[in-house]
Each structure stands twice: as structure tokens, then as C-alpha cells.
Design a protein around this ligand. Structure first.
Ligand SMILES: [Zn+2]
Length: 240
């Protein structure tokens, strides 16, 4: 029997959507409706940690991975409350060199605050998985070896120091991954890596995700996920 690749959704920020040129923000109202649609479809939103710890089978087939990149403060302010209502959890990938600062790597759009170390500890205590997203939000493909090492290894050490716990997941900033970046994440001891769509290898260090935006009505979200699941049929190396 072929194990099916689970649905994994990629979010960034949940907040006001009026100044959002890169479409990284979903309004709280829309986000709640999306979570509601997942539950009505019989799905449970989970962190990557939970997803990867669940063996392929009927239980995992009902799970949807929920991931949030960058570590916006609205994850602690808005997202965790909604997830709690539905009994869901999620993984948040944070930029280790920007804790308590803003998304200053963006060239346009709203300036958004990022979680502080204290808030990271707070969301981790609520059962959310906190994982790494580099030190400075640099695209990893083509980076010099020493810079690559810094982004991948140092981000983990900083977060482990903040949390006092192991950090086992990594999200490639901008989904940018080449073979050296893939190798660096694997060799740094991460147990999983999430990309966006294309990756030089297909394994547990380059798990693809589906972008979710404000335009995704509940019906469209469910349709999109079904389509993405179908596209992955025949995926030979499921991250089991
Ligand atoms: Zn990012």
C-alpha cells in the first residue's frame, strides 16, 4: 500500500491584510473559517513534530500539517487561540537573529513585529513546535559554505538556548534550497526540513507545502488540498 503524503499548509502572518504586497497575510476571520473547514472535512491540524511521529495509516491520513513561517507576533496573539479552539497545534519557524525585532528583510509591505524569546517560550509551553528559519532570513541556495553553516547551525543553537529544548525542524527562507543547503540541514541534525514546491531531492529534509492565502475561501482551501494531495500521489519517498 502506498503511504499518502499528508497535506501541509504554509502560512506566515494572521492579521490585517490591507498592506500585504507579497500575500503573506491571512485575516483572522478567514483563518478561523479555514480551520473550521478543515475540522468539518474531518481533518486535524497538527505540527510537523506530531505529523512525523505518526505512522502512515488512517490516523495520519486525517492530519493536516500547519506551518507558520517567520515567527510573527500574531502567532502568539491570534493563531494559538484559534488553534486551541479547534484542538489543533502547529509548527512555527522563527528567524533566530531577529527575535523581538521586525520583518526588516522585506522590501515592502507592513512592518510586522516578530515574537520575542519570552513569547517563543510561551507558545512552546502551549504545545506548539518552535523550529528554525535561519538567522537572517537569507535564501540558502548558492550561499558560501560558512554562511550556510551559520544560517543552519547557529539558528538551531540560538533557539535551543532560548527554549531549553531540542529544535528539530527547519524551513528554508523563500523556499530556497539547493543540494548543499539540503545537505547542511540534514548534517546539522534536523529531523525534518520544509520547502515550498521544488527541491533538488524529495525526502524528509525537503517536504513540500501548499501556500495558503487570504483568497483561499474554505471551499477553495479544501479543493486546493485535495489537488495537492493528488499531485503527490506516486511520491515514492514519504517522510515516514
Ligand atoms: Zn520566511
Amino acid at each position: 500500500m502506498t503511504a499518502r503524503w499528508p497535506w501541509i499548509l504554509m502560512y506566515h502572518s494572521v492579521g490585517p491584510t490591507d498592506d500585504d504586497p507579497f500575500h503573506v497575510t491571512v485575516s483572522p476571520r478567514r483563518f478561523r473559517a479555514q480551520m473550521d473547514a478543515l475540522r468539518r472535512a474531518g481533518r486535524r491540524g497538527v505540527s510537523m513534530r506530531t505529523l512525523l511521529a505518526t505512522p502512515p495509516g488512517p490516523l495520519r491520513d486525517r492530519m493536516v500539517g500547519l506551518t507558520f513561517d517567520d515567527g510573527y507576533a500574531d502567532f502568539a496573539d491570534v493563531v494559538v487561540d484559534v488553534l486551541d479552539e479547534y484542538g489543533f497545534d502547529a509548527t512555527v519557524y522563527v528567524v533566530a537573529g531577529r527575535l523581538g525585532r521586525t520583518n526588516d528583510w522585506e522590501s515592502a509591505g507592513a512592518v510586522k513585529p516578530l515574537m520575542t524569546p519570552a513569547r517563543l517560550r510561551e507558545v512552546a509551553a502551549l504545545g506548539m513546535e518552535v523550529a528554525a528559519h535561519g538567522v537572517a532570513h537569507r535564501p540558502l541556495a548558492g550561499l558560501a559554505p560558512e554562511d550556510l553553516e551559520r544560517e543552519v547551525v547557529e539558528s538551531r543553537l540560538v533557539l535551543e538556548d532560548v527554549l531549553g529544548a531540542r529544535v528539530t525542524g527547519f524551513a528554508y527562507p523563500y523556499g530556497s534550497v539547493d543540494l548543499p543547503a539540503h545537505a547542511a540541514v540534514r548534517e546539522a541534525g534536523y529531523e525534518h526540513g520544509v520547502a515550498v514546491r521544488r527541491a533538488p531531492r524529495r525526502d524528509v529534509w525537503t517536504i513540500p507545502r501548499t501556500f495558503v492565502g487570504e483568497a483561499d475561501t474554505p471551499a477553495r482551501l479544501v479543493a486546493k488540498c485535495v489537488r495537492s494531495l493528488r499531485d503527490r500521489t506516486g511520491h515514492r519517498r514519504a517522510p515516514a
